[in-house]
Design a protein around this ligand. Structure first.
Ligand code: DGY
Length: 321
């Protein structure tokens, strides 16, 4: 019988995923779920055939250059791959994979929750109950913005963006989108395409961000673009914090240019810009877009399907490089 391949798993993963890892691999699990430093990752990767990181591990060009020669694959437990320097991996001949598709519904659910929560001032209402400061029902208090029937702009009409559009149609929303390529009419389902992001923005009573973080999308939502949104717009971000310029978004929330923002992702997580916490018109969640039991299992199995293919000398389904 062949010896098992060795895999470094940088974070604690769901039980079913770790059981499969232990059954099929010599798995170096992180049972205490501590955040490894770069030095620890390099040390723990000694002799490993592969690494399964999460988005919390920043695999920079420097780290990838220092990985032991034994490492042939990085199978990320994430759809996003902004934490991995793909060029550095390619130059070392390391295969990199991600976990698309399986988290699209869960992430779109959180985007809907953020959109509804921000528009209907859920954070303020929930706080009243928890701090026992609900004085009375009022015909003029806690007035939010109705979501039903409004125009929703989607930046990035990939897998998650498309599910978001479907869910939002259940609220009779009219969908507008910006994407690098126009989608086919079957996928568009009547959504209005804008080839230029600046043309999309004036239509967006609600704006939901679903594009990856890349050098091109860094601070895509900046002061100039926010100024193009209608007054009282609501911004939702479940993609990556880096797509948003925090100074610009916070200024627009403070001035009242924007009605509210619903945010699940932030620059510098978990040390988010503290000004977000002081704003009543933010509805904030701690990067839980994919956090359902079903989806986290599916992400782990998808990462393992990719790894199984690689060690079997086959092409993995979700190869990035
Ligand atoms: C992803 O898969 O990219 C999610 O943000 C969780 O890491």
């Amino acid at each position: 019988m062949n010896a098992k391949h060795t895999v470094l798993v940088t974070r604690r993963l769901p039980q079913a995923v770790e059981e499969r890892l232990q059954r099929d691999y010599d798995a170096r699990l992180n049972t205490r779920d501590e955040l490894y430093s770069s030095a620890q990752i390099l040390q723990l990767a000694a002799g490993a055939d592969a690494i399964i990181p999460c988005h919390t591990e920043h695999l920079s060009a420097e780290i990838i250059a220092s990985l032991p020669d034994s490492v042939r694959a990085i199978c990320s437990f994430s759809v996003g791959y902004d934490h991995i320097d793909l060029a550095a991996a390619r130059s070392r001949g390391i295969i990199v994979t991600n976990t698309p598709d399986v988290l699209s519904s869960a992430t779109a659910e959180i985007a809907m929750l953020l959109m509804l929560g921000a528009a209907r001032r859920a954070h303020e209402g929930a706080r009243m109950l928890r701090t026992n400061t609900w004085a009375d029902w009022s015909a003029i208090g806690q007035l939010g913005i109705e979501v039903t029937g409004k125009r929703l702009g989607i930046i990035g009409m990939g897998r998650v963006g498309q599910v978001m559009a479907r869910r939002a149609r259940g609220f009779d929303m009219q969908i507008h989108y910006y994407n690098r390529h126009r989608l086919s009419p079957e996928i568009e389902q009547g959504a209005s395409y804008h080839a230029d992001l600046n043309d999309l923005l004036p239509h967006c009573q609600f704006l939901s961000i679903h594009c990856p973080a890349t050098p091109e999308t860094h601070h895509l939502l900046n002061a100039e673009r926010i100024a193009r949104l209608p007054d009282d717009a609501v911004v939702v971000n479940t993609a990556r914090g880096a797509v948003v310029d925090d100074d610009a978004l916070i200024a627009a929330l403070q001035s009242g240019k924007l009605f509210a923002a619903g945010l699940d992702v932030f620059n510098g997580e978990p040390d988010i810009d503290p000004r977000y916490r002081d704003l009543d018109n933010t509805f904030l969640l701690p990067h839980i877009g994919s956090a359902t039991r079903e989806t986290r299992d599916a992400m782990g199995f998808r990462a393992l399907d990719n790894l199984d293919a690689i060690v079997a000398g086959q092409e993995p389904r979700d190869r990035l490089v």
